[in-house]
Ligand binder design. Structure first.
Ligand SMILES: CC(C)(COP(=O)(O)OP(=O)(O)OC[C@H]1O[C@@H](n2cnc3c(N)ncnc32)[C@H](O)[C@@H]1OP(=O)(O)O)[C@@H](O)C(=O)NCCC(=O)NCCS
Length: 191
């Protein structure tokens, strides 16, 4: 899947090393559960590949056309914990620090939304993050996703005394998706 500047593609063996590097970066993992070891990072790639094999969607590796071959992931994921909003399909992103500030997460996510609504045929996509993760929330807002504060929740896998415990939930219905996502949905469903 491609956008003006990005290729969202399947994972290659050569992605594992730069993925481990970004997962070991404390700035990238500030609002996640902390830096990962190489083994933890590789295990995550294995889970991502299993998602694509089982469901046909997952977290795509992101390549910058004419630039770095791997800068992180953007894509769709089924949360594996229980919350009032699950089961649901989540849209998520994680980029190397050097790839922030270019609009890549939003551009890649717009393509992932088109896939979610047009190809998978989902009626809704959610996204969530620690309330304090302002950059990730800004991506959700740029995508046109909306948050109801009544749906804020405590993440069951984050320690209750952690500043990351409280999470915000954003939703986007296929019918409310910005025209770029909707246009593709209509094109796909009529083809
Ligand atoms: C969350 C994350 C992906 C956001 O990355 P980001 O680069 O801030 O977001 P975008 O890709 O949408 O880029 C937007 C920025 O690029 C800028 N930009 C520059 N050129 C641009 C262009 N051509 N088009 C659009 N935006 C552009 C925008 O102005 C904006 O900058 P600002 O933050 O100073 O306002 C990144 O911070 C990250 O990987 N964090 C660590 C992992 C994480 O927390 N993931 C989320 C877990 S829920």
């Amino acid at each position: 899947m491609s956008t003006d500047r990005l290729l969202l593609r399947g994972w290659r063996e050569s992605d594992r090393e730069p993925f481990a590097a970004l997962n070991a970066d404390p700035e990238v993992t500030e609002f996640l559960l902390g830096p990962m070891t190489r083994a933890e990072s590789d295990a995550m790639v294995d889970r991502i590949e299993a998602s694509f094999a089982a469901k046909g969607y997952g977290l795509w590796a992101v390549e910058v056309v004419g630039g770095p071959e791997f800068v992180g992931y953007v894509g769709l994921w089924d949360p594996t914990f229980e919350a009032p909003f699950t089961p649901a399909v989540e849209i998520g992103w994680r980029l190397a620090r050097s790839a922030w500030g270019h609009g890549y997460a939003t551009e890649g996510a717009q393509a992932a939304l088109r896939y979610a609504f047009g190809t998978v045929g989902l009626a809704e996509v959610v996204s969530f993050t620690a309330a304090v993760n302002v950059r990730s929330r800004a991506v959700m807002e740029r995508l046109g996703m909306t948050r109801d504060p009544d749906e804020d929740f405590d993440h069951p896998r984050v320690a209750v005394d952690s500043p990351l415990h409280r999470h915000v939930l954003y939703r986007l219905a296929s019918t409310a998706a910005p025209s770029t996502a909707r246009a593709s949905h209509q094109a796909s469903s009529s083809s």
